[in-house]
Design a protein around this ligand. Sequence first.
Ligand SMILES: [Zn+2]
Length: 368
Amino acid sequence: MRHRFFKIVTASTLLLVSCAPVSKLPDVDPVQHKLEELKQRQMAVEGKRDNVARLFRLSYPIVRANAELCGEKKAKALGVRFLALEAFGSEFHRAALGVGVNKRPTVIEVVANSTAASAGIQRDDILIGVGDTEIPESEFSEKLKNAFDKASKAGSSVRLRFDRAGKDYSVDLQFETVCDYPVVIIEDDSINASADGKRIRFHTGILRFASKDEELAIIIGHELAHNVMGHIDKGQGNAMIGLVFDILFAGVGVNTQGAFSNMAGQAYSQDFEAEADYVGLYFVKRAGMPIEIAPNFWRRMAVEHPGGIKDTLSSSHPATPKRFVALEQTIKEINAKIASGAPLKPEVGYSPAGEKLTDTPPKLQGGN
Ligand SMILES: [Zn+2]
């Protein structure tokens, strides 16, 4: 009995020894260790800030160019994106402060040709006032939201006050009209994007995969089309999201674990996918962005990541050659309209894939 016990102990000791590293590893200086930790946190903060800025820079022209086709889902916006320290967890605050993130909302992106750009607003300007509301250094969210809501209801412009490198300046900005579908980022590595009828959601994984800006624009157009065409049941909830605040200011990541995983499981019908492809290309082109990359990009998504794409090209909805032929045809249709000077507007209820989408209510409104 004793003997057997000894054997077991020896065996487990051997097992432990074989799991430990056998090389002499370098001694790590605790100060260096801390510095490296700070460096990595700063890189994470910068990566997130870049993602938010990039998505805003690409989505804003698309939601603005198509405002007249978005029915009642319109919002007022300025073409400027802010970020503040409170968008990050407290463990990231020191790192964030070190790379230019401030307690007050700070400009991280100004969209070219927007009202903010023509007013001369620049990256790193710090927002200190909206209308007659002062923006404090902490707990300003509610104040800021109310100030923007008030301004957007009261008139066609808003006065903003900024601190630029220690000097105050004020500027009056005319509101622009955009489709009221804010774009949000989900911290998740899967190659996925979706539309829920209220917002457009991008997972960090797809931001990495769609490394070219024109690829990301194609997805923005596609998801916006799902929302505008009413592919998602809008019956659930009626939260007062939107208006100016959401378009202006958003957290870096949104934790939507439960809600999102339910959403992601839903696959749209082939008809809806065809329609989102078709209308989405119009949306992107109307914003003056290139669309020629679309067929190859969707093909790349389908071929390389069939399991990771839950929305558009899920394995339950295999990528049909028809879909890609339809994308090519849509590009031809759009280019022909541009060449002939015809209104650049999708033919609602029609899909180049051949289906008559008669079950889809024609939701597109407005002129050209
Ligand atoms: Zn889709």
